[in-house]
Ligand binder design. Structure first.
Ligand SMILES: O=C(O)c1ccccc1NCC(=O)[C@H](O)[C@H](O)COP(=O)(O)O
Length: 186
């Protein structure tokens, strides 16, 4: 089965239209004000209305409180919540129960022990997104950094997972071949 594709950081109608035209599976909207790709709830509402069900919309949050996510959901039609901060398994489970949406948890990876943290999210998250660990003080994602994909060679898990971090046209095929990733995020 081909890998599913998520393009993150959509912030304009043009980018959304191009993503839909490319038959991408998921479009990500960043609700993290520090990101250069951040959208307000109003802009997100307009983008999800424009998408009108033609692509699944993922709302990305970093250590957000309940009110921030509730405000985003009130304004925009989000299909999935992606948590890209230091959210614990308990917090992930709370968000899933409270908002009734699938929750993806991003985990920063630099070593095999980082990968092992995924097991703690079984039963809480719907999918784990392995992304590159970013430098202290930098954004926790969207930095164009790749991690050592050999860490994922032969990775098997009952919990669905995906790969992100530094993927581009030149390397994404190799990344999928090396890791067997069922989903890739860019
Ligand atoms: O994209 C952002 O601005 C962002 C900010 C804060 C946390 C996560 C963010 N992006 C998350 C994603 O899902 C990216 O696709 C993923 O980190 C890979 O990014 P890149 O290496 O730039 O392709």
């Amino acid at each position: 089965m081909p890998a599913r594709i998520k393009i993150c950081g959509i912030s304009t109608p043009e980018a959304l239209d191009a993503t839909i035209a490319a038959r991408v599976d998921y479009a990500g909207l960043v609700f993290y004000p520090a990101s250069p790709r951040a959208v307000t709830p109003n802009v997100a509402g307009a983008l999800t209305a424009r998408a009108s069900g033609r692509i699944a919309m993922v709302g990305l949050f970093v250590d957000a409180d309940d009110a921030t996510i509730a405000e985003a959901l009130a304004a925009a039609r989000l299909d999935v919540l992606q948590l890209h901060g230091s959210e614990t398994p308990e917090r992930v489970a709370q968000f899933r129960a409270r908002f009734g949406k699938p929750v993806w948890k991003a985990l920063p990876i630099a070593s095999a022990s980082d990968l092992a943290r995924a097991a703690a999210y079984a039963g809480a998250a719907d999918l784990i997104l392995f992304d590159a660990k970013t430098p202290k003080g930098a954004l926790p994602g969207g930095m164009g950094l790749a991690f050592d994909w050999s860490l994922l060679a032969g990775y098997r898990s009952a919990l669905p997972w995906g790969l992100a971090g530094g993927l581009n046209l030149a390397n994404v095929a190799e990344a999928i071949q090396q890791t067997g990733a069922p989903l890739v995020g860019v």
